[in-house]
Every structure is written in structure tokens, then in C-alpha cells.
Design a protein around this ligand. Structure first.
Ligand code: FAD
Length: 472
């Protein structure tokens, strides 16, 4: 531990009390590795403030002693953004004790939640008030509002409600100089120049510490209908989505699943069964919802799917007959990554291209990767309607155990080049963190990198906020 770290930890202990300063290595240990288990860090202490005022104290001390802070929420991020550096040169800043929902108003359609509130907790609180926070992801039981905001998270309802950015009315944050930006008023109109709120969303903890967020709510769902459809190709799946969107505004989830991924789920995930009797090269999971209890949403979806069948857009379809069956359909989609892990080594790429280009991307990228790296199997699944798929490359069955370490980087470069040539993004919803920093620097237009560095330098000249992440 350096002298500066020792001084910071001692001073933080004096000012904030023992609850806020954790130095027991056993308590820190579980938070030093990223969710995927790829990056391992070290930290002499974990600071755990319980209020915005305590965060101000900590940020001022960090600036005074020049000790960097690594903000952390649920540690479920996919790019190791909240993993500290391995040399122990930074202190972890756990936001999990800041877990109050400060207010929730159905009339204002707003909730103000502290950074450490877990997403599922917010869902429950909104539900009790007859409302809904319409962003959901697989990690909802652990990820926090601060992490979701800092990564501008997406998920399965982006099609209708947008990413985190569209659901945020304002942000409260402690900036690197210790000042507090208070953007929680929820004003619809506020044109006082640059939006600090928008800068902090997706900043991955590099521009300040988010302490609370004002979040937009929508009325709770009265009923939902979930359908599983068989389609001949991603083109046909996209045609189905546009067909449905032209006739109803009820569709809020639309997920593409290849037969190959479904086969893996059926093979490895206990209790799963195929929703349709025949085999189809591709599948689309459709979720339609309504807040109006009078609307017969299942009947409406059934009518539209029957028309799509008649017009040759889909090959077959079934609508879940119960909530349990609807959950079973979603399970088939949500457990693809788990099933792939059971099957063997997999390289995951969270990429986006223009929605209309996605079918071509899936076809061309799969063909190119499989030709360039014989034996591997490429597949794309996920949020077709957002132009975002998880493009995964599985190792050949005879691959060596160190395939990932030996070939992973080269395959990822190959995929990222195809994405970039098509004008897409190498990170659709997971962010850059540490894991994508090299590829981001290699492929980002110089103007974007220049602006990022200039903003970082202007707001955090001492480099105390999450160094080594996002900004090349
Ligand atoms: C099973 C599973 C499914 C997932 N599905 C999706 C998905 O569909 N879509 C999607 O977008 N992501 C998904 N994720 C990724 C992840 O859950 C999100 O990135 C989430 O937003 C991270 O929240 P967290 O609280 O765990 O943040 P952490 O992982 O702790 O941190 C993430 C980043 O935010 C920063 N940060 C955290 N809190 C603060 C704060 N208060 N102030 C400033 N910076 C902060 C950290 O420094 C880090 O850079 C999934 C993850 C898992 C494990």
C-alpha cells in the first residue's frame, strides 16, 4: 500500500466511520474480479458511502491524495469496468449502501432512486404504485441504478422504451472536484447548454460518481401475450417485425433465435422443450403488452400472426397459453449464453449495425468467420429490432483448452472489422470498460477519441475517476 493510500484510508475512517471503510481482504475479495471472471484486480480498501455527502468527502480525499477511485455497483458489467487495476493503485468505491428510493410518484411518473438501488427492487416498488420501470435485463437481481446509468444499459424492451438514456429525467453526481451536480428536478424543458446528465450517462464512472437518478415510469402492464414464431431467415423475421409494427403499437419485445442456439438450449438446459413441432432455421420471440385491462392482447396478436402466416412471412407460430408458458418461451431465449458455456468455449460480441443491414451482417459475418477460422461455429441472436445482436463464435469441438486465449483476440479483431466496415458499433450495450479498450482505440474515428480525451481532461484533470476504462 502506498503512503497516499494509507493516508486516504486513515482519513476516510476518521471522517466517515468504520462502516464506510472496509479493509478486510476477505470482504473485498469477491468484488475484485469481473462478472465474466476474465479480469482480476487488487485494492487496499473498499469505501462504502451511505450518502451523497460521504461521496463528496471521499472524492475530495481522493483528489487531495491523488488516489484513483473505481466506482462499483452490482459488479455485473460485461467489460470489467468496475474491476480495479491489478497493481492495487486504486480504491474501490462501492455504491451499494446508497440504496434508498427517495421518492416514487405515479402522478409525476417519476422515481428518484439512489445509485445502489438494485433494479429488481425498483421494479417491485414501481409495481406497488401501479407503475413500471420498463427496462429489464438478466442481471436485474444484482445490477444497480448507478451501474445501469453509467453503462447506458439496454435489455429486451429497448424496442419500445429505448435504452437507459431515454428513461432518465436527471442525474445527481459528485464531480471529480468534489462539487455536486444536482439534476434531479425532472424538468422537461431545461436548455442551459451542455447536458451534464447526458455526459454522465454511459460515462462508466470516468467523469464522476452518480449518487441518484430520476427515472421515468410508465403504467404497469395489465396483460401480455408472448408468441414463438418459426421463420425462414433473419430477413423474414425483420419483415414480421415491420408487419406487426405497422398494425399495432403493442410490440415491446422482439428477439431473434437461430435453430442452432435453440438446439443447444434444449440439449443443456433442464426442463426446456421446443415450442413448435417442426424445425425452422430461425425463430422470433414476440412480446406484446397493454396497460388496458379491456384489450384482448393475445387475440390481437393471434390475428396478426395468422395474417403473417397467410402472407408467407412466418412458417409457424404459437402463443403462450399461460404466464408459465410465456416464461418458458423467454427462458429459451435467456439461457442461450448459459447453454453455449455448457457446450464449450465461446467468444461473445455485443455488436450493432443499422437495423435493415442486420440480416446481411449475420449472413456475411458468419460466413466470413467460419471460412477464416475453420471449425468454429458463428451464430447471431438477440435484439434484431434494435440492430443489436450477440454475435457469438464457438470453438470447434476439437479445439484446445486454451483456444480462447490463443485465438480469441484475432477472431474478435476479425468480427470487429466486419462490424466497422458496415458502419456499426463494436459495443451496442455493454460499454468499453477494460475489455474493449484496445479495439475501441484501434477502430474509433480519431475525432471521437479526441473529444473523449478532451472531456475527460477537462472534468477530471487529476485522473482520479476510474482510470484505464473507456478513454483510450
Ligand atoms: C446475466 C446478465 C445479463 C445481462 N444483460 C444485459 C443486457 O441485456 N443489456 C445490457 O445492457 N447489459 C446487460 N448486462 C450487463 C450489466 O448487467 C449491465 O452493464 C449493468 O448496467 C451493470 O450494472 P452494475 O450495477 O452491476 O454495474 P457495475 O458492473 O458495478 O459497473 C459498471 C460500470 O459502471 C460504473 N459505475 C457503477 N456504479 C457507478 C456509479 N454509481 N457512479 C459512477 N459509475 C458507476 C463502474 O465503474 C463500471 O464502469 C447483463 C449482465 C448479466 C450478468
Amino acid at each position: 500500500m502506498t503512503e497516499a493510500e494509507t493516508a486516504l484510508i486513515a482519513e476516510a475512517g476518521r471522517r466517515l466511520g468504520p462502516k464506510s471503510v472496509i479493509t478486510n481482504p476477505k470482504e473485498i475479495e469477491p468484488w475484485l474480479t469481473d462478472w465474466r471472471g476474465r479480469m482480476h484486480g487488487a485494492a487496499p480498501a473498499m469505501l462504502a458511502p451511505a450518502s451523497t455527502e460521504e461521496v463528496v468527502e471521499i472524492v475530495r480525499l481522493a483528489a487531495e491524495h491523488r488516489v484513483p477511485l473505481v466506482p462499483q455497483g452490482g459488479n455485473t458489467g460485461m467489460v470489467a469496468g468496475s474491476t480495479p487495476p491489478p497493481d492495487g493503485s486504486a480504491v474501490l468505491l462501492s455504491m451499494r449502501r446508497m440504496n434508498k428510493i427517495r421518492s416514487l410518484s405515479a402522478d409525476n411518473r417519476l422515481a428518484v432512486a439512489e445509485a445502489g438501488v438494485v433494479l429488481a427492487t425498483l421494479h417491485d416498488a414501481a409495481h406497488e404504485a401501479g407503475m413500471r420501470f420498463p427496462l429489464t435485463i438478466g442481471s436485474r437481481g444484482s445490477c444497480t441504478i448507478g451501474g445501469l446509468t453509467s453503462t447506458n444499459a439496454g435489455g429486451t424492451q429497448v424496442l419500445k422504451f429505448g435504452m437507459m438514456r431515454s428513461l432518465i429525467a436527471g442525474v445527481e453526481a459528485v464531480l471529480p472536484d468534489g462539487s455536486v451536480h444536482s439534476g434531479l428536478s425532472g424538468l422537461k424543458k431545461d436548455n442551459r447548454g451542455y447536458s451534464l446528465d447526458q455526459l454522465l450517462i454511459g460515462a462508466e464512472g470516468t467523469l464522476g460518481v452518480i449518487t441518484a437518478v430520476a427515472l421515468r415510469l410508465v403504467p404497469a402492464i395489465a396483460t401480455r401475450a408472448v408468441a414463438w414464431t418459426g421463420v425462414a431467415s433473419p430477413d423474414k423475421a425483420l419483415e414480421l417485425l415491420r408487419f406487426l409494427e405497422a398494425r399495432t403499437s403493442a410490440v415491446e419485445g422482439f428477439e431473434l433465435v437461430p435453430q442452432d442456439s435453440l438446439d443447444l438450449v434444449l440439449k443443456h438446459i433442464p426442463g426446456t422443450r421446443p415450442p413448435l413441432s417442426g424445425k425452422h432455421k430461425w425463430h422470433a420471440l414476440v412480446e406484446a403488452t397493454t396497460a388496458d385491462p379491456e384489450t384482448e392482447i393475445a387475440a390481437e396478436l393471434e390475428r396478426l400472426l395468422a395474417a403473417a402466416l397467410q402472407q408467407g412471412i412466418i412458417e409457424d407460430a404459437v402463443i403462450a397459453a399461460s404466464e408459465a408458458q410465456a416464461e418458458a418461451f423467454w427462458k429459451l431465449r435467456d439461457t442461450i449464453s448459459e447453454a453455449e458455456r455448457e457446450e464449450g468455449q465461446t467468444l461473445a460480441h455485443d455488436v450493432s449495425v443499422a437495423v435493415a443491414d442486420m440480416p446481411r451482417f449475420i449472413a456475411e459475418a458468419s460466413r466470413a468467420v467460419e471460412a477464416a477460422f475453420p471449425g468454429v461455429i458463428a451464430s447471431g441472436f438477440g435484439h434484431l429490432g434494435d440492430g443489436n445482436i450477440h454475435f457469438h463464435v464457438r470453438a470447434a469441438s476439437h479445439a484446445a483448452p486454451d483456444w480462447y486465449e490463443r485465438e480469441g483476440a484475432e477472431i474478435t479483431r476479425f468480427v470487429d472489422d466486419v462490424v466497422t466496415q458496415m458502419g456499426g458499433s463494436i459495443s451496442a450495450e455493454h460499454g468499453i470498460g477494460q475489455l474493449k479498450l484496445g479495439e475501441f482505440e484501434r477502430l474509433a474515428p480519431p475525432g471521437r477519441v479526441h473529444a473523449l480525451r478532451a472531456i475527460k481532461q477537462a472534468l477530471d484533470p487529476l485522473g482520479i475517476m476510474n482510470p484505464g476504462k473507456l478513454v483510450p
